[in-house]
Write a protein of this length. Structure first.
Length: 361
């Protein structure tokens, strides 16, 4: 039997067969792949969340006082050592009261010095009076010595002639020697007392009233300089370079020690602080490679290294958690530090999603 020729089919017939037999399967597979990708990248909450660490420094008042000048404002860039605020530690009235109190103390000291000088002069006059008394006593003893020596000579001649006894001679001799020794000791005593008086008079002349007044004036000036140094305005400077991210105090406000005036944030980040959320299906180790994905448009991806891993669960900052779980309940996770990827332009405080590459989990 002769084969019949194949009846040609129009292209619309093949297209209808393709639409009914194959196109649904292709569309289904495409939608499935797209849905999985969309779920993994945008819908499913990541198991590891992190935040680019923002280095902040609180600028606090070190002494109580009033802010005279605030040299920065919000978002002002500062360098290390730049003046931030000037604080008036002591008010003018307090400074004046302190100086007046100090001058009153020094006035009392001056009066005490005057009283001491007066007593010194009294003692010096008393010493001079004693010297004159000793001189009078010395003159009297010298006169008695002349008489005793004359008696000794007469007793010696009469004793040689047998007129007086040896006992009378010995008594005259002892009396003369006693007076001679007393005269010598009085002369030495008077000489020593005169030397002491001369030294005291010399010291008193060198430390006269002018010198005492100069010393008191120097003490007053030194105390005034000390009070002014303590009352000088306190200039608080920036401990680091960065940007003023918050201002808590303004010019004219009073502060106490420890009050935060401004907050400075660094413009450059150094690392990422991440948390492995519960359940701990992944347990990274130091040196592991992780994938860091930004949440900005384009969802840029880069690899980084784990620097440190914590040993216990810590509270997670609610700001870095997905909106669906920010219900006011504190969530705990395993903290770790991750190097900052060079390929991503991440800013301090930026939230990132982190995952482990396949095969590392």
């Amino acid at each position: 039997m002769t084969a019949l020729p194949k009846i040609p089919s129009p292209p619309s017939h093949y297209w209808r067969e393709f639409r009914h037999g194959y196109l649904p399967i292709i569309v289904f597979l495409g939608v499935l792949v797209f849905s999985v990708n969309l779920w993994n990248r945008h819908v499913a909450p990541p198991s590891i969340v992190g935040e680019v660490e923002a280095i902040r420094s609180s600028i606090t008042a070190t002494e109580p006082g009033e802010i005279q000048e605030l040299s920065v404002d919000l978002l002002t860039r500062v360098e290390k050592g730049d003046p931030i605020a000037t604080i008036s530690v002591m008010e003018d009235e307090t400074v004046k009261a302190s100086i007046n109190s100090m001058m009153a103390d020094l006035t009392i000291l001056e009066e005490r010095l005057r009283q001491g000088t007066f007593r010194f002069q009294e003692n010096l006059e008393s010493l001079r009076h004693n010297i004159w008394q000793r001189k009078i006593e010395l003159a009297n003893d010298r006169a008695q010595l002349v008489y005793a020596e004359a008696q000794l000579k007469r007793a010696q001649s009469t004793a040689a002639g047998g007129v007086t006894s040896q006992a009378e001679y010995d008594l005259a001799k002892a009396n003369a020697e006693s007076l001679r020794g007393k005269v010598k000791e009085l002369e030495n005593l008077i000489q020593a007392m005169e030397q002491n008086v001369a030294k005291l008079e010399k010291g008193a002349s060198q430390a006269g009233g002018d010198e005492a007044n100069k010393a008191i004036a120097r003490a007053i000036e030194a105390k005034q300089a000390e009070i002014k140094a303590l009352s000088a305005p306190l200039v608080i400077r920036a401990p680091m370079s960065g940007v003023v991210s918050a201002v808590y105090k303004r010019k004219g406000e009073r502060v106490v020690r420890g009050d935060v005036i401004v907050l400075i944030s660094s413009m450059e980040a150094e690392r990422i602080v991440a948390y492995v959320r519960q359940p701990l299906n992944v347990k990274p180790k130091v040196g592991d490679t992780v994938e860091v994905r930004s949440r900005s448009q384009g969802r840029a991806l880069a690899q980084a290294k784990v620097m440190k891993v914590g040993t216990q669960l810590e509270p997670i900052n609610p700001a870095i958690l997905p909106m669906a779980v920010q219900n006011g309940v504190m969530e705990y996770g395993l903290p770790m530090l991750i190097t900052l990827p060079k390929g991503l332009a991440l800013m301090p405080g930026e939230i990132v999603d982190i995952s482990l590459p396949a095969g590392v989990r």
